[in-house]
Design a protein around this ligand. Structure first.
Ligand code: NAD
Ligand code: DAU
Length: 350
């Protein structure tokens, strides 16, 4: 079947992997990638597919009602896969309003355009909302997030994502709009902007800069290789049940400090540096306010109902990730010049 799919945020980290997967796997679908190209968006991420006949890039802001309505009028997207967002927790603590604008209002703008385009005639239509496990708040030492865990967001970022999830669900209930939501754990892999833990630390190790560990480093995250997330999105898009939520996770919990030590070991090997030299860069710094202690996903619903499991072990995924950054220093240099420098100074100055 032919489809006309709008993917938002496709020039970002996860979005670029989703766009590539769909463009390459489904030549009969037309993929429109709508992205504002904020600091986190980078068309270099998609240079390998930019000339494919079933791919079109549209530069634009999901916060602009007029613009979003105009592209829906022109292209009549039958499906939306919505990833565009402000995505970094530390930035949300510093400047929360931008998160409300893009993550809440931007999502509303898309929901309205989708609803008003199809006017209740939703046969073979789908609004797919990509969300995060952070909406559930924090876990203690035990337990896992399931799809029925109550929402309890702790940061402006997670509150804005939780709010967007609620609106998607409300549009489903109120207007019978077909939707799915997935809530995924921490992603890592190639093309991630070096403000998030793993690429930031890889970049700092390359440059012999301190590795700023928040608090005592005893915070836990559940890590998933980004290409496995893209495969899960493909599966849920095609086989997920209408109005359902699916949790996606790596079955792969790591305390930050243990992960950082593993990363340091692998970096020493890849850079041919003496064992232990990267670990010497570890520096404990002031904690993140409202820092969630632990995230861990129970992904048994997507596993049992749709047959999805991660394909890459963490050690393999980390090695691939490190090698990608080492082989793409120009990409790293491009994204860490300019505005990144002032962000870094402000974030890590005390
Ligand atoms: P990212 O920050 O790398 O990319 C976000 C993209 O959205 C960028 O290309 C940016 O230019 C674009 N964008 C931002 N504001 C926009 C606007 N107003 N209009 C149009 N485009 C805009 O983010 P990511 O890490 O790839 O995350 C993608 C999605 O997945 C987000 O919705 C995030 O909440 C969710 N998510 C991320 C993770 C993770 O670990 N990174 C985990 C679970 C869920
Ligand atoms: O769980 C999914 C979420 O994962 C996504 O929704 C977010 O978009 C994504 O940014 C990520 O959020 P985190 O806050 O968990 O990721 P981050 O890489 O910022 O931090 C991971 C852990 O490492 C967290 O406990 C904070 C810690 N950290 C992070 C940075 C940037 C440090 O100790 N030092 C740092 O400099």
């Amino acid at each position: 079947m032919n489809k006309t799919i709008l993917i938002t945020g496709g020039a970002g980290f996860i979005g670029s992997h989703v766009v590539r997967l769909f463009v390459n796997s489904y030549p009969n679908y037309h993929i429109f990638n709508l992205d504002a190209l904020t600091y986190a968006g980078n068309l270099e991420n998609l240079s390998d597919i930019e000339n494919k006949p079933n791919y079109t890039f549209i530069k634009g802001d999901i916060n602009s009602d007029e613009f979003v309505i105009s592209i829906f009028k022109k292209h009549k997207f039958d499906s939306v896969i919505h990833l565009a967002a402000e995505s970094h927790v530390d930035r949300s603590i510093e400047a929360p309003l931008a998160f409300v604008k893009t993550n809440v209002i931007g999502t509303m703008t898309l929901l309205n355009a989708f609803k008003n385009t199809w006017k209740g005639n939703f046969n073979n239509k789908l609004f797919y909302h990509v969300s995060t496990d952070e909406v559930y708040g924090t876990l203690g030492k035990k337990g896992l997030f399931t799809e029925t865990t109550p929402y309890s967001p702790n940061s402006p970022y997670s509150a804005s994502k939780a709010s967007s999830d609620h609106f998607v669900r409300a549009y489903g209930e109120t207007y019978n709009m077909p939707y799915v939501i997935t809530n995924c754990s921490n992603n890592y892999g190639q093309n991630q902007f070096p403000e998030k833990l793993i690429p930031l630390f890889i970049n700092n190790i390359i440059n012999n800069k301190p590795l700023p560990v928040y608090g005592d480093g005893n915070y836990t995250r559940d890590w998933l290789y980004v290409k496995d997330h893209a495969v899960a999105i493909d599966l849920v898009f095609h086989k997920g049940k209408n109005s359902e939520t699916y949790n996606i996770g790596g079955f792969n919990e790591w305390k930050n400090i243990d992960l950082i030590k593993l990363l340091c070991k692998q970096m020493d090997i890849e850079l041919n540096r003496p064992t232990g030299s990267s670990e010497e860069l570890i520096t404990y710094v002031k904690d993140r306010p409202g820092h969630d202690l632990r995230y861990a996903i129970d992904a048994s619903k997507i596993k049992n109902e749709l047959g999805w499991t991660p394909s890459v072990t963490f050690e393999e995924g980390l090695k691939k990730t490190i090698n990608w950054y080492l082989n793409n220093k120009e990409w790293l240099n491009n994204v860490t010049s300019g505005a990144y420098q002032s962000y870094y100074k402000k974030q890590y100055s005390n």
